[in-house]
Ligand binder design. Sequence first.
Ligand code: CA
Length: 234
Amino acid sequence: MNEQIPILLVEDEPHIAQGIIYNLQAEDYLVTHVESGEAALEHLQNHTCALIILDLMLPGIDGLEVCRQIREQGNQIAILMLTARGEEDDRIAGLSEGADDYLPKPFNLKEFLLRVSSLLRRSNWQPTIKKQLCFGRNCIDLENHLAETANGQLQLTELEIKMLQQFINNEGKLITRGELLQSVWGMQPDTETRTLDNFIVRLRKYFEIDPTKPQHFLTIRGRGYRFDSGNIEN
Ligand code: CA
């Protein structure tokens, strides 16, 4: 499971929004939908995203104003503006306010998705990759595959790092055996293998104070595992 690319959709027409959300989610993007420019600007104060799909005609401030404000703040996020069909002035205005691309409505969904992916390729969106993770008495250097543990320093293998990454990205959530087999080993989710169990045993030996009473790498009986760094405040 890769980290999903977050996209902010600013669209006040429910039917259009629904279609867009459905199609973006089918491509595995993480969509946040707001219905006004004000809500979009507010969202951007506390969240990062890779791309904004911005309707031009909005209640309150319009898409152009949203675009202007985003650029004024020095935010270089990719913006795809949705305009009315054939309104050349709108397109030019959108581009001059800093939109990266525009698409007149109604649009072909395939074309829409192609433009989204090409904008994302061109944008310099980098998912926030954590370089270091500390939990319990452990600190893991994910780049150099090194871990400082209560038992001293360890060199981790590629697969161990890959597996840790899955746990970290999904902290607090159930990860099924199938998901781990698929994402770490590229195996079919229903593969019968002890490999995974052996890995969990090893991670516990490395990182748990008492491997028989794990605090971090928890078994969810009959379903899979859950990682708890103990760092998240409730
Ligand atoms: Ca609209």
